[in-house]
Design a protein around this ligand. Structure first.
Ligand SMILES: Cc1cc2nc3c(=O)[nH]c(=O)nc-3n(C[C@H](O)[C@H](O)[C@H](O)COP(=O)(O)OP(=O)(O)OC[C@H]3O[C@@H](n4cnc5c(N)ncnc54)[C@H](O)[C@@H]3O)c2cc1C
Length: 383
């Protein structure tokens, strides 16, 4: 495992940081990442277009698709620097990290021609339609149904917890195409324009943030067979790899460290003595969690390089540390800042939100432990 950055990687980080500083909307925070207002959707597209112009949106992609085959370490640096800046790519990190790569691996040449260039130019938002009311951790229990009718599928069903659905032009949709086959078979990925008649997006009201999550209702939605990604009933293989890429693609430790830095300066401004042993202990422990999450993220990236198509257990190990890390940092902010940590719109306030949802988004914590038990420890599957 590599333990230090090369000179080239350090230069890459500095140039990227400068590009983000120039192009991100001033004052952008993780609150804006959910794109609660139409202006935020536009800001995301402007930012991603500028990042693409500067060569920092998809440098890790193959040259044939507009990248320059930069290493996964540079991809990680992009993730660290954008997260540190409150992720001004909005949901487009999904495009570059796993939706685009899935299209490259399984798409037809027509699909690649249609979808990849807009991603490299930052012009398009996708959402990921996997989870359903009774199919979250047990995703294979999904019931959203696509029935073949000549050259089309007719889709009926519901997706839930879908991030960015209100701002997306396309949905990377997992549907059941063969209800009689075993759970992990009989599923298919469809690439569905969100403007298709019969699609309804509803925001799920929640106490945390505007446009954090949605449900999508599909009523007799007609999707051409040409919008199917890969073979019919073979969607599970695509999803498994996409989820592993999702779990290593988000450098949440970088943002949490940034929040801690802000907390130290905010606490100092509010007269808290951060050198007091009990305060220093709380902060030190939270920084240590960030370092642990960082280290495991790097291990997961190393695994991705050495075994890109394997079962990738380190993605689950990394994810199982990232969730608690977010929560620990949120608690540290509350303890050190007291009531101030809950002042609306502050970084510490947002950390309480991410810390609350982090144990479940991108795969529940207990499910990651179950994966680790099976993949690393050879234990039987949990009930
Ligand atoms: C902020 C946020 C954004 C999200 N964005 C998206 C998105 O864009 N697209 C998308 O498709 N989904 C999205 N999700 C959904 C997310 O993937 C699911 O919430 C997650 O997979 C858990 O599913 P569930 O909510 O149905 O909970 P359940 O599966 O009902 O699990 C609830 C709890 O039950 C326990 N549990 C369940 N199964 C097991 C098990 N096998 N072993 C031990 N304990 C278990 C765990 O404690 C778990 O936390 C998002 C979720 C959140 C919170």
């Amino acid at each position: 495992m590599k333990l230090d950055w090369t000179d080239e990687e350090t230069e890459f980080r500095a140039a990227l940081r400068a590009s983000i500083q120039t192009n991100a909307r001033p004052g952008w925070t993780l609150d804006d990442r959910d794109m609660p207002e139409p202006a935020d959707v536009e800001a995301v597209k402007r930012f991603c277009a500028a990042l693409g112009e500067d060569g920092f949106l998809t440098p890790h992609w193959p040259r044939a698709y507009g990248g320059r085959e930069a290493s996964p370490w540079e991809q990680l640096i992009i993730s660290e620097e954008t997260w540190r800046a409150g992720e001004p790519r909005g949901g487009q990190y999904m495009n570059t990290n796993w939706i685009g790569p899935a299209l490259m691996a399984h798409g037809t040449s027509d699909q690649q021609a249609q979808y990849l260039t807009p991603i490299t130019k930052g012009e398009v938002n996708w959402c990921q339609g996997f989870s359903e009311p009774d199919a979250g951790s047990d995703l294979a229990a999904l019931r959203c149904r696509a029935v073949r009718d000549g050259d089309t599928y007719v889709v009926n069903g519901q997706k839930v917890w879908t991030s960015y659905a209100h701002a997306a032009e396309y949905c990377f949709l997992l549907v059941r195409t063969d209800p009689d086959s075993p759970k992990r078979e009989g599923n298919t990925i469809l690439l569905v324009p969100m403007a298709t008649p019969g699609i309804e997006v509803r925001e799920i009201p929640n106490p945390y943030a505007h446009h954090l999550i949605h449900e999508i209702l599909f009523t007799d939605v007609i999707v051409p067979v040409s919008c199917r990604l890969g073979d019919e009933n073979r969607g599970w293989d695509i999803v498994r790899n996409a989820l592993a890429n999702e779990r290593v693609g988000i450098a949440r430790h970088a943002h949490s460290e940034h929040v801690l830095d802000r907390t130290v300066s905010d606490a100092t401004n509010h007269g808290v003595d951060v050198d007091d042993p009990s305060v220093a202990d709380t902060l030190g422990m939270a920084y240590a969690w960030c370092e642990a999450a960082r280290a495991m993220n790097y291990v997961a990236v190393a695994e991705r390089i050495s075994d890109p198509h394997g079962s990738r257990p380190m993605a689950a190990v990394s994810r199982s540390i990232t969730g608690p890390m977010e929560r620990e940092v949120a608690w540290a902010c509350q303890e050190v800042l007291g009531d101030q940590a809950l002042a609306g719109g502050t970084e510490a306030d947002r950390q309480v939100v991410t810390g609350t949802t982090a144990m479940i988004a991108a795969g529940a914590y207990e499910v990651q432990l179950d994966l680790i038990g099976r993949l690393c420890l050879d234990l039987p599957r949990g009930k």
